[in-house]
Design a protein around this ligand. Structure first.
Ligand SMILES: C[S@@+](CC[C@H](N)C(=O)[O-])C[C@H]1O[C@@H](n2cnc3c(N)ncnc32)[C@H](O)[C@@H]1O
Length: 276
């Protein structure tokens, strides 16, 4: 597979804190301050994120020479691809910037199946911004007149994240194993790995469910890898036991969960697991 290299990226933009363009269940936005010090311990030139979600960590890291972003959720990745491309990004901004959020628009496009990539991104972005908690799986209307990020701010969210995506990435929607096991292009690889939680009920959170078998597959491949990894999980005895061969750090941060009809914010005890 071919990689784009980040050579033209302007330093200012590179070091700027960029917000993800979308909201996401399980986003590590608030946990970034705990995770970033672990990533910066290694001087890597190739970055891989097999479970991208909204990319909360990617948008906070310095732009590596090579970066590979991946998530099995196809609509999510299509949206990122549309935002990464300058021409389609401009068109997306034009389409969403004068939108007046309404329940009728939300209901009209909620379950619409688009085939054109730009339409998929248009729907994904709008539903994400209007849905309760940004939950995309069976979304509920939840746009708030004052509390929600207002449409006048949407173009900047798309533009700023798009500039980083455009300059740095290969973006795919494949199973995590292929991303972790692929041959390296750079000298030193760093992987930030954030799979769905082991114990928390995430049935409603993502469009693809992650089974016990998937957790075992991840464990097996991480045991074998020669690349650096920084893995995050919910703090539970099963994971501590499975990863007792690696370095386990216990931390606490604020996080979102999606249960039944609502998301809630909690303080979580979580694990950061590294092999370095
Ligand atoms: C905890 S979330 C990642 C959150 C992300 N770190 C963030 O800050 O937004 C886990 C992600 O894994 C993805 N996923 C589930 N099964 C997968 C698989 N087999 N391969 C790749 N991605 C998968 C889900 O679609 C979801 O976006």
């Amino acid at each position: 597979m071919k990689f784009k290299q980040a050579s033209l990226f302007d330093n200012y933009q590179n070091n700027k804190i960029i917000s993800p363009p979308i909201r996401y269940t399980g986003s590590k936005f608030r946990a970034a301050k705990f995770i970033l010090p672990f990533l910066s311990k290694i001087n890597y030139d190739e970055y891989r994120e097999p479970f991208l979600g909204c990319g909360a960590i990617f948008f906070r890291t310095h732009l590596s020479k090579i970066s590979w972003l991946n998530d099995l959720d196809n609509d999510l990745i299509t949206t990122f691809k549309v935002i990464a491309n300058k021409r389609t990004r401009v068109r997306l901004i034009k389409r969403v910037k004068n939108i007046v959020p309404s329940k009728s628009l939300f209901d009209e496009i909620k379950y619409k199946k688009y085939t054109k990539q730009e339409d998929v991104a248009y729907r994904y972005f709008l539903i994400n911004r209007m849905a309760y908690g940004g939950i995309m799986n069976k979304p509920n209307w939840g746009f708030h007149e004052y509390k929600s990020v207002q449409p006048k701010k949407w173009p900047d969210l798309i533009q700023n994240s798009g500039i980083k995506l455009e300059n740095a990435t290969k973006i795919t929607s494949i199973d995590f194993e292929k991303v972790i096991s692929a041959k390296k292009t750079g000298k030193i690889v760093m992987m930030f790995i954030d799979p769905p939680y082991f114990n928390a009920d995430q049935k409603r959170a993502y469009s693809n469910s992650f089974t016990l078998k998937d957790h075992e597959r991840l464990l097996k491949i991480l045991k074998k890898t020669t690349y650096n990894f920084c893995l995050t999980y919910d703090n539970c005895p099963e994971i501590k036991k499975k990863y007792s061969w690696a370095k386990i750090h216990e931390v606490e941060w604020m996080y979102h969960t999606a249960n039944s009809n609502k998301t809630s914010r909690k303080i979580g005890k979580e694990l950061i697991i590294t092999n370095y």
